[in-house]
Design a protein around this ligand. Structure first.
Ligand code: GTP
Ligand code: ZN
Length: 205
């Protein structure tokens, strides 16, 4: 178990490499170092467990790094659907790869099935898998479309992501409330204007 007793002060600690540490313990060790470098006392009451909390938080928020996005979509069903399937307002939290602070918002995914459909929850699981990584919003949007296209071979896929980036709100340019929208598409959603319009209308845009 790690915690206040296993992470010792820098002048006593021979360093992370000498411990038979888990990755979580290694991250916690370095978070403690960062707290020290920031001028904090990591041994004060409120901070004693913070290194481990932060390590666990990164594990949770970056869980998608270890998930193959396409494998999330491995269970599909043979079905001839007549029209598009649109799952809207899928909330997500991601971490901006430039600043390692959250960007978060909603993802809307639509596809026009070919011969197979997918369980609806798997689309939300896909959003989790690609968002729980160090990301940029554009890549996340494309990864959703790429995974859906590879797994289902549909007639087309479209994803629209709208997000607020805390690196733009809480620091730097400081523009709280600004929203970034990204769209990616494959197949018929790339050039069928009516299909794209229908998608936008269905998600309330
Ligand atoms: N395109 C894109 N840019 C992003 C995303 N998340 C953060 N950024 C931007 O990444 C850029 C990093 O720019 P840098 O100049 O290297 O970093 P910085 O000095 O901290 O920039 P400022 O945020 O302008 O203070 C910033 O403009 C961020 O707004 C994203 O998902 N997509
Ligand atoms: Zn950022």
């Amino acid at each position: 178990m790690i915690g206040e007793h296993s992470i010792t002060a820098s002048n006593q600690d021979p360093g992370p490499a000498s411990h038979p540490d888990t990755e979580q313990q290694q991250v916690a060790y370095h978070v403690r170092k960062i707290l020290e470098l920031l001028g904090e006392n990591p041994d004060r009451d409120g901070l004693q467990d913070t290194p481990v909390r932060v390590a666990k938080m990164f594990e949770e928020m970056l869980a998608g790094m270890h998930v193959d996005a396409t494998s999330v979509l491995s269970t599909t069903f043979e079905e001839t659907s007549q029209g598009p399937v649109i799952v809207s307002d899928i909330t997500f939290y991601s971490l901006c790869e430039h600043h390692m602070v959250p960007f978060f918002g909603k993802t809307h995914v639509g596809y026009l099935p070919g011969k197979r459909i997918i369980g609806l929850s798997k689309i939300a699981r896909l959003v989790d898998a690609v968002s729980q990584r160090l990301q940029v919003q554009e890549r996340m949007t494309h990864q959703i479309v790429d995974a859906m296209t590879a797994a289902l071979h549909p007639e087309g896929v479209i994803a629209l992501v709208e997000a607020e980036h805390t690196c733009m709100c809480a620091r730097g340019v400081k523009k709280p409330g600004s929203m970034t929208t990204t769209i990616a598409a494959s197949g018929r959603y790339q050039d069928d204007y009516a299909l794209r319009q229908e998608f936008l209308r269905m998600i309330g845009k």
